[in-house]
Design a protein around this ligand. Structure first.
Ligand SMILES: Cc1ncc(COP(=O)(O)O)c(C=O)c1O
Length: 472
C-alpha cells in the first residue's frame, strides 16, 4: 500500500510548538489521524472545578466531564491528599495468589453494599473495557463450570459502546470500532438500538415501539437457541451512541424476556454509575435489576484509572468450583485493585456521600433539562434528550423531515469546534449529536453559562451550514 502523503503540520489552533511535538510522537486513541495532522491537538494544562485551561491560559467549561468521568471536577484537594497518603504508605500491592490490602477490601465492601445487583464479590480492573472483557470471561467460565458449554453467546445492541479491547469492542455496536479491526468476534450479536425519536414507526407509541424491539430481541434469542445465550449487556442510557434514553417500558420488557430464557443481564454502568442519572445507578433510574454491574470512570472521579464488576453468589459458587478443578481462577491484571486506585475510589465515594451528590444532581437536573430542551426550538435541532446531568441534542439538515446531514460534512464535530471556541468542551457522539455530561458538581449558574456557550456555538454552526449550502 502506498503511504498516505504526510502533510506538514499547519495547526489551526494556536499551539504550534505542542502541535509539532504531538503529531510527531503520539498515536491518539479514537481520533481521525489524518485530520489530526492538520488540525493539531488541543493541549490542556490544568483544571479547577468544572473548568480546564489550555496551554494559552484559555478557560473552558468541561461539558463532557473529560470522557464522562470527572464527577468531582478538577483540583479536588482531598483526592490529591488521599492519593499522596496511599502512595506514601503502600504504593503497590497486588491481589494475585491471595495477597490483599486494606483499601481493596474496604472498596469491595463499599461496592458490595451499594451496587444495584446482588453482589457476593467484586473484581477490579483498570478500565471499563477490561471490566466488560472480564464479564464475558466470567460468563464463559461459569457456564463451563455449570456443565453448559454451549451457553456462551452475548447479545448487545446497535450503537452500544462497551469499550475497545477485542471483546468489549465486539460488544460495542458502532461500525467504526469494527471495520478493518476484523470485529466483532464470534458469538456476539447486536439487537436493535432503542432510539424512539429516530426509529419508531409513524404513530407508534413508546410502549408499542418497546414491545416491537423486545419482540425482535426474543426472535433473535429463539433463532439462536436460548440454551446458547449467556448474557445480554446494556448501558441504562447509551452514551457514546448518542445519549439515547430508553423508551418507556423497554427495560421492563427486556428483563421479562431474559428471565424467561435464563439469560443474565449485564448492566454497563460505566457512564451512568455514581449519580449521573439522578440516582446512584442508572439501573435504579430505569428499574433494572441486573445480574451483574460493570463500573469505571466516576468511581475515582477519573483521578486514577479504575474499573470494577460485581459477581453474584451463584456465579461465585461456579467460579469456586471451576477454579478448584483448574487449580486457579486464572484471570486478572497486575493492577487489579491497585492500592492507589482503591484509596482514591474510597475517598471519591466518601465525598459523593458527604456532599449528597445524588440530591445535588436531582436539584440541578431540572435546570439542565430546561436549558437543553429550550434548544429544541433551534433551527438545527431535531431532538433533545436528557436524564439527570446527561444529555444530548441532535443536529439535522431538515428539522421538519428530520433528514440528517451527510455524515461526511462533520456538522456535529464542527459544532463542537465552535463550542470549543466559545469556551465549552462538548463532543459529537453517535453522528451529529452533541453530548453533554458536565462534572456532577456543576451548579446552576455554571449550567447556564454552559448552555449560553452552546447556544452561541449552535448559532455559529447554523450560519456556517447556511453559508456552505448544507441546509435544506
Ligand atoms: C458505557 C461504557 N462502557 C465501557 C466503556 C469503556 O471504558 P474504558 O474506556 O475505561 O475502557 C465506556 C467508555 O466510554 C463506556 O462509556
Amino acid at each position: 500500500m502506498a503511504p498516505v502523503a504526510i502533510q506538514p503540520v499547519t495547526p489551526m489552533r494556536p499551539l504550534s510548538n505542542f502541535a509539532a511535538r504531538d503529531v510527531e510522537t503520539l498515536l491518539h486513541p479514537t481520533t481521525n489521524l489524518l485530520a489530526h495532522r492538520s488540525l493539531g491537538p488541543l493541549v490542556f494544562e490544568r483544571g479547577e472545578g468544572i473548568y480546564v485551561y489550555d496551554a494559552t491560559g484559555k478557560r473552558y467549561i468541561e461539558g463532557l466531564a473529560g470522557l464522562w468521568c470527572t464527577g468531582l471536577g478538577y483540583g479536588n484537594a482531598e483526592l490529591v491528599e488521599a492519593a499522596r497518603e496511599q502512595m506514601e504508605r503502600l504504593s503497590f500491592s497486588h491481589l494475585f495468589g491471595g495477597r490483599s490490602h486494606e483499601p481493596a477490601i474496604a472498596l469491595a465492601e463499599k461496592i458490595k453494599a451499594m451496587a444495584p445487583a446482588e453482589t457476593s464479590k467484586v473484581f477490579f480492573t483498570n478500565s471499563g473495557s477490561e471490566a466488560n472483557d472480564t464479564q464475558i470471561k466470567i460468563a464463559w467460565y461459569y457456564n463451563n463450570a455449570m456443565g453448559r458449554p454451549k451457553k456462551k453467546k452475548i447479545i448487545s445492541r446497535q450503537k452500544a459502546y462497551h469499550g475497545t479491547t477485542i471483546a468489549s469492542a465486539s460488544l460495542s455496536g458502532i461500525s467504526v470500532f469494527h471495520t478493518d479491526f476484523d470485529l466483532p468476534m464470534a458469538r456476539v450479536f447486536h439487537t436493535d438500538c432503542p432510539h424512539y425519536g429516530k426509529y419508531a414507526e409513524p404513530g407508534e407509541s413508546e410502549e408499542d415501539y418497546a414491545s416491537r424491539l423486545v419482540g425482535n430481541l426474543e426472535a433473535l434469542i429463539e433463532r439462536e437457541g436460548p440454551e446458547t445465550i449467556a448474557a445480554f449487556i446494556a448501558e441504562p442510557v447509551m452514551g457514546a451512541g448518542g445519549v439515547l434514553i430508553p423508551p418507556k417500558t423497554y427495560f421492563e420488557k427486556v428483563q421479562a424476556v431474559l428471565a424467561k430464557h435464563d439469560i443474565a443481564f449485564i448492566a454497563d454502568e460505566v457512564i451512568c454509575g455514581f449519580a449521573r442519572t439522578g440516582n446512584w445507578w442508572g439501573s435504579q433510574t430505569f428499574a433494572i435489576k441486573p445480574s451483574t454491574v460493570t463500573m469505571a470512570k466516576a468511581i475515582t472521579s477519573a483521578y486514577v484509572p479504575m474499573g470494577a464488576l460485581t459477581v453474584s453468589e451463584p456465579v461465585y459458587q461456579g467460579l469456586l468450583e471451576e477454579s478448584g478443578k483448574q487449580g486457579m481462577f486464572a484471570h486478572g491484571f497486575t493492577y487489579s485493585g491497585h492500592p492507589l486506585a482503591c484509596a482514591v475510589a474510597l475517598k471519591t465515594i466518601e465525598i459523593y456521600e458527604r456532599i449528597k451528590i445524588v440530591e445535588h444532581v436531582q436539584r440541578m437536573a431540572p435546570i439542565f433539562a430546561l436549558r437543553l430542551n429550550a434548544l429544541a426550538d433551534h433551527p438545527l435541532v431535531a431532538e433533545t434528550r436528557c436524564v439527570g446531568l446527561l444529555g444530548a441534542l441532535e443536529l439535522v439538515k431538515d428539522k421538519r423531515t428530520r433528514q440528517s446531514f451527510d455524515s461526511k460534512l462533520g456538522v456535529g464535530a464542527k459544532a463542537a469546534r465552535f463550542a470549543e471556541e466559545e469556551g465549552l468542551i462538548c463532543r459529537a457522539v453517535g453522528g451529529d449529536n452533541i453530548g453533554l455530561c458536565p462534572p456532577l458538581v456543576i451548579d446552576g449558574a455554571e449550567i447556564n453559562a454552559m448552555f449560553d456557550a452552546l447556544t452561541r456555538a449552535l448559532d455559529r454552526t447554523e450560519g456556517w451550514a447556511r453559508q456552505e449550502g448544507y441546509l435544506g
